[in-house]
Write a protein that binds this ligand. Sequence first.
Ligand SMILES: *Cc1c(COP(=O)(O)O)cnc(C)c1O
Length: 395
Amino acid sequence: MKIPIAKTNLNDFEKNSVLEPLNNGWLVQGKKVKEFEDMWCNFTNAKYSIAVTSCTTALHLSLAALGFGPEDEAIVPAFTWISTANVIEHLGGRVIFADIDLSTFNINLKSVESLVTKNTKAILPVHLFGLSANMKEVNRFAKENNLWIIEDAACGFGTTYDGQHVGTFGNSGCFSFHPRKAITTGEGGMITTNDENLALKLRCLRDHGASISDLQRHHGPKPFLLADHPEAGYNQRMTDIQAALGAAQMIRAKEIVEERQDIAKNYDSCFKDLSWLRIPFSNQLYKHSYQSYPCLFEPEKVEEAIKEKNLNLLSEIRNSRNSWMEELQNCGISTRPATHAVHQLSYYRNKYNLKPEQFIRSFAASECSISLPLFHGMTENEQDYVIKTVLSRNK
Ligand SMILES: *Cc1c(COP(=O)(O)O)cnc(C)c1O
């Protein structure tokens, strides 16, 4: 049996949905994009949704719209996808890395309390793998330090904190529709906000800085009117082909999230007593939506290594994780380290002169985590095979 780490599962209705814009000829930021945005508002309870080309451009556009610029600083967890940090660099800013909690893989604010300066303008909490960051703490921290909150909710489709959908706590929330995420448009992203002025600014910036959209002009009475461009904007418009695919999946949004949660629950019940594998954190307050299923390998040894700042021990644990990943690969089961420690990728390591132990939990998470296959559409047979193989690990 061959089991991928993730897999796109589109039904015929969803696949055929892309034909509608192709047949009617409106291909970019038209009716389908509007429909997808409206469905997204309904699902997340955000007041405004703005479709863009990726989560990375969503993060970039949010910072730009808020006025983040050269010399400004923003706080980002060191354990995340690299683009959460990159967008700060793109705008000429400086990244302040925070460490994470190993139990949740999410930002630990205590690690940055002393690092805030007068130039610190924003915090980008990440709801990593579908688990919300501690938004009560993030809100408090942002208020105390007068920071904008831009939520990296790339993996946050269906993720709630205290019953509220992520992406609706901060100034804006940014989602991804890359094929590794729970719903996909190939490439694509969405920004949510409850701030009307910010929504207007985001719409303007995504469309070359135009004051009104093509769709508005198309329906307007004065054919001689060209839009004014009050901003030097960007082109981050979503196509209607992508939006049609997204909107079609939104019809079964709830079902997709629940299916992923059921698969995770099944893993949880089989693995919860393993001392050498820590299952993902989740409870009523923090409802996980399982963009992936990230586990910590040999958690007790990892905690010991962190306490002693023992990098050799971390390497030993990583080596035995790697052998296990190879064993699984030989059985046809794909796994991955959950994600990378951004402070150890050469751009950031070199620019900011960072050592692994400066954000040791992020480093440990990248060295000692393992994500197991999880995707909606995964069959019972497939999951049973993964479970059986994990439980029979040769130690
Ligand atoms: C996937 C991901 C991104 C990037 O999303 P794109 O749509 O590919 O730009 C950013 N942050 C996190 C946490 C992600 O998982």
